[in-house]
Structure formats: C-alpha cells, structure tokens
Unconditional design. Structure first.
Length: 156
C-alpha cells in the first residue's frame, strides 16, 4: 500500500515536470502568445458545430460565422460601437471605477481628487503568456465569476 502511494506521487511529479518543461519551451518559442494585432472580442455558440465570432484585426472589427466545413465573413462592424457595447457589459463595479476616472480628468486642477476605489486584483491583471485564452487562464475565470456575481446581485 505504501509503495502504491509513493508510485502515485512520483508519477504526479513526473507529469508535473513534463508540463512545466513544455510550458517553458512554449514560452521560449513564443507559442500561445499573440502579437496584439488579432483579438477575439466575443464568441457565441449557435449550435453544436457553429459559432459566431467577433474578431478585431488592427482597426477593423469583423463578424465571422464558422462551422466545421467553412468560415464565412458575415459583416464588418464599427469599432466604436463594439467598444461601447463592451463597456456597457462590464460589471457595475468596474464601470463605477471608469466613471470616477473620467470625472477626475474632467475636474479642475484645484479640486481634490476622489477617494480611490478598490478594484479586484483580477481585473488589473492582463491575460498574457502561455495560458492566455485557455481554460487555465485566470483572467477568463475571473471575468466569468464577475459576470455571475453581476447576474445574481439583488437590486432594490
């Protein structure tokens, strides 16, 4: 019984070492990192094998339909409209943070600065590195939790 537990831990250590080495190798070669030119803004699953994607390429925003057989350009959208829609969908506490930042810029120089508001550390981190966009990406899970909190808040 003891030997089986030792083998289990050794096997897990070996697998962890291989994953760590693969992550280091991928980071060294630049795999999994974008150059910032192409960004998937939104993705919506329409059916079992079809998705609707909103992709930003430089200063263009494209709506793309994708199935197993083909990818089709559906429309080109105004980038300002997409940015406004994204801003409106942010959790309320992040919107409040942005509003106080905007008010601070519009206020005269002699006016006292507003008290800083606390932003969750997850919101400050950017999604970079080998795990960006994957299931293990912290920022992705953080935004999911923020969205669930936003949906479950009771408003009076």
């Amino acid at each position: 019984m003891t030997w089986m537990i030792i083998r289990l831990f050794l096997s897990l250590a070996l697998i962890g070492g291989v994953l760590w080495f693969a992550a280091k190798l991928a980071k060294k070669r630049g795999l999994g990192q974008g150059n910032g030119l192409i960004e998937v803004v939104a993705r919506h699953r329409m059916g079992r094998t079809s998705t609707l994607n909103v992709v930003r390429i430089a200063d263009m925003v494209l709506v793309i339909g994708a199935t197993e057989e083909q990818v089709t350009l559906l429309a080109e959208v105004d980038p300002e409209a997409v940015d406004a829609a994204i801003r409106d969908r942010r959790p309320a506490r992040l919107r409040a943070q942005e509003d106080t930042d905007d008010d601070a810029e519009d206020a005269p120089a002699l006016a006292p600065a507003p008290a800083p508001t606390l932003v969750h550390p997850r919101a400050a981190r950017s999604s970079e590195g080998v795990l960006a966009g994957s299931v293990l990406d912290r920022n992705g899970w953080g935004s999911l939790v923020d969205e669930l909190r936003e949906r479950t808040v009771r408003r009076s």
